[in-house]
Design a binder for this molecule. Structure first.
Ligand SMILES: Cc1cc2nc3c(=O)[nH]c(=O)nc-3n(C[C@H](O)[C@H](O)[C@H](O)COP(=O)(O)O)c2cc1C
Length: 168
């Protein structure tokens, strides 16, 4: 089945998940980095399944992800689709809330699967502003007793996400 894996991240973890999924699917999958491709330049006509992912920043998906699903919302309702978000929200309730806030209801209900995959902070790549936000988030989480997210196992998470829908 021809599958497009489309993703938008900033510092490489969402891309790493997308690449891992493509490797697991082999020849049937093609990767598209939405951050560098305009939505209209992506042809989904002959594609049977789309796996669409975004990193989460300040509770939002990246704008190339938003633009893509806005542009193709009708077409996506005719295809097999799966969505994944990548972020550091660690509780199941908050992850489901993020999925609900970010993925429009009709697409969410239509999707074969929606998932929240664990992200990673790469402090060395962040700008000053992002480091400040990180410190604030860490303090708030510590205060609320939220445990920090462990280092993600990209391969294991990607294959668990594909299991039972794409991989048997
Ligand atoms: C400024 C900033 C804001 C963030 N906001 C959120 C957030 O609202 N929710 C979340 O789950 N993760 C948040 N994160 C964590 C990122 O989603 C995480 O680092 C992810 O791995 C980034 O993916 P990328 O490497 O593909 O860009 C934030 C990170 C930064 C630096």
């Amino acid at each position: 089945m021809k599958t497009l894996i489309l993703f938008s991240g900033k510092y490489g973890i969402t891309a790493a998940y997308a690449r891992e999924m493509a490797a697991l699917l082999g020849d049937e999958a093609e990767l598209v980095d939405l951050t560098v491709c305009k939505p209209r330049t992506v042809s989904i006509k002959d594609v049977e399944r789309l796996i669409i992912g975004s990193a989460v920043y300040a509770g939002q998906a990246r704008s190339p992800f938003k633009k893509f699903i806005e542009t193709y919302s009708r077409d996506l309702m005719q295809k097999k689709v799966m969505f994944f978000l990548c972020g550091l929200t660690s509780t199941e309730v908050d992850q489901q809330q993020a999925i609900q806030n970010i993925i429009p209801e009709d697409l969410r209900n239509h999707a074969q699967k929606t998932g929240f995959l664990p992200g990673k902070m790469q402090v060395e790549k962040m700008n000053f502003f992002e480091r400040m936000i990180l410190k604030m988030v860490e303090k708030a989480q510590e205060k609320d007793g939220v445990p920090p997210m462990p280092e993600p196992d990209i391969k294991a998470e990607a294959s668990a996400f594909l299991k039972d829908t794409v991989l048997r």
